[in-house]
Write a protein that binds this ligand. Structure first.
Ligand code: ATP
Length: 323
């Protein structure tokens, strides 16, 4: 396999705090190891449109503490079309770029796998707040998103307790309840409902009715998005139990903000590892954290792995809440 001289980096899919720290790590570790480094703007869209610009050490100054992504991100469903993928690969080849580090989620790795088949050496980094990537114990952005959610839950706890209210908090994580589990546990919530736990409205009504009888001052219930209309549920709780109830949808607030030190360190470690993998001649891999070590897993193998870190706690906490 020929030696690599030029590498590029892009961010794709939903943005996540810590993506900038990962870009910085790739750029600086790349330059320190003798590569020329390029940034691809707006994910696979920019790749196909040829929006690829050189990055130097200074290009990534002052970004380790910034949320979002300086490279921008986009979703381009057409990238599943091999002709479109090939155009992206050709744009890299035209600039003499041999390798690409992609920062994103599973969808982004599917794109990387296709690019690898077009002769571009790709390495993936797990950048997504949802923590829905099985090959890593934790994704870049998850810790910050959980911190944001817990901060909001703490605030809702204060006001719920003052007014004797039930607060329903909707967090992100359509296909993976990890934000709900982590924030729900840290926020001391009474019930956590996700796509994995299933949802029975009667359980909620029973919990709130019992709290009313016990003269409790607050109830905190966390839902992941797309389970139910939480505002309608809050109204129903009020009508059926007499316990005042409000819903708060945290939404995209969870995507933004200053990355936590944990996310910055994780992003830096995984970013440096990505460059080392390319130097070692490896590609078609995702970098993950396993047993606190940065490891490289073949993308196809990563797709077959199952997540299990946070989910098991939800059952315990919900069981405790119902006692
Ligand atoms: P997040 O978890 O934040 O949603 P993601 O990387 O999974 O991140 P997606 O929107 O699923 O986000 O994927 C990002 C981009 O990757 C897509 O817009 C598309 O350009 C590309 N992509 C997704 N799936 C494929 C696929 N099967 N083949 C080629 N490219 C794909």
């Amino acid at each position: 396999m020929s030696e690599i001289h030029k590498i590029a980096v892009l961010t794709s899919g939903g943005d996540a705090p810590g993506m900038n720290a990962a870009i910085r790590a790739v750029v600086r570790a790349g330059i320190n190891n003798g590569f020329e480094v390029f940034g691809v703007y707006n994910g696979y869209l920019g790749l196909v449109e040829g929006d690829i610009r050189p990055l130097n050490r200074g290009s990534v100054t002052n970004i380790i503490n910034r949320g979002g992504t300086i490279l921008g991100t986009a979703r381009l469903p057409e990238f599943q079309d091999m002709e479109v993928t090939k155009k992206g690969a050709d744009n890299l080849k035209a600039l003499g770029i041999d390798a690409l580090v992609v920062i994103g989620g599973d969808g982004t790795y599917h794109g990387a796998l296709r690019l690898t088949k077009c002769g571009i050496r790709c390495v993936g980094l797990p950048g997504t707040i949802d923590n829905d990537i099985a090959c890593t114990e934790i994704t870049i952005g998850f810790d910050t998103a959980v911190n944001t959610a817990v901060e909001c839950i703490d605030k809702l706890r204060d006001t719920s307790n003052s007014h004797q209210r039930c607060s329903i908090i909707e967090v992100m994580g359509r296909n993976c309840g990890d934000i709900a589990y982590a924030a729900g546990i840290a926020g001391g919530c009474d019930l956590i409902i996700t796509s994995e736990t299933g949802y029975d409205e009667k359980v909620v009504m029973d919990l709130v009715s019992k709290a009313k009888r016990q003269k409790r001052r607050h109830i905190l219930i966390v839902f992941t998005e797309h389970i139910t209309d939480v505002s309608a549920l809050a109204q129903k709780i009020k009508e059926q139990t007499g316990f005042d109830s409000r819903a708060t949808v945290l939404g995209h607030i969870q995507r933004g903000g200053i990355p936590t030190p944990f996310d910055r360190i994780l992003a830096t470690r995984l970013g440096v590892k990505a460059v080392h993998e390319l130097m070692a001649g490896n590609s078609g891999v995702v970098i993950g954290l396993q047993h606190n070590e940065a490891v490289a897993i073949p993308i196809e193998e990563a797709f077959k792995m199952e997540k299990n870190i946070f989910r098991k706690y939800a059952v315990e906490i919900n069981t405790n809440a119902s006692k």
